[in-house]
Design a protein around this ligand. Structure first.
Ligand code: FES
Length: 76
């Protein structure tokens, strides 16, 4: 089951433990006009801070389920 971590600003990115999901991603929309970007949260990306899917290797060999933070930029 999911466990809520609290509402402190530094905890808003990872709100829940989600061990029943294969990969945990969170998605935000920010009105900055930037393109959609996947931000690495496993610290293994060779294109850090951007996700290069290295989390798949990390998850497989460390039995983890970390995934990227997806930021959708509004381009209107
Ligand atoms: Fe780190 Fe995808 S490479 S989250």
């Amino acid at each position: 089951s999911e466990e809520f971590w609290g509402t402190e600003p530094r905890r808003l990115i990872n709100k829940y433990y989600s061990k029943h999901h294969d990969v945990v991603t969170d998605r935000f929309t920010i009105d900055t006009g930037i393109h959609t970007e996947a931000i690495c949260r496993c610290w293994k990306s060779k294109k850090f801070p951007f996700c290069d899917n290295s989390h798949k290797y990390h998850n497989k060999f460390h039995k983890d389920n970390v995934g990227p933070l997806i930021i959708d930029g509004n381009t209107f």
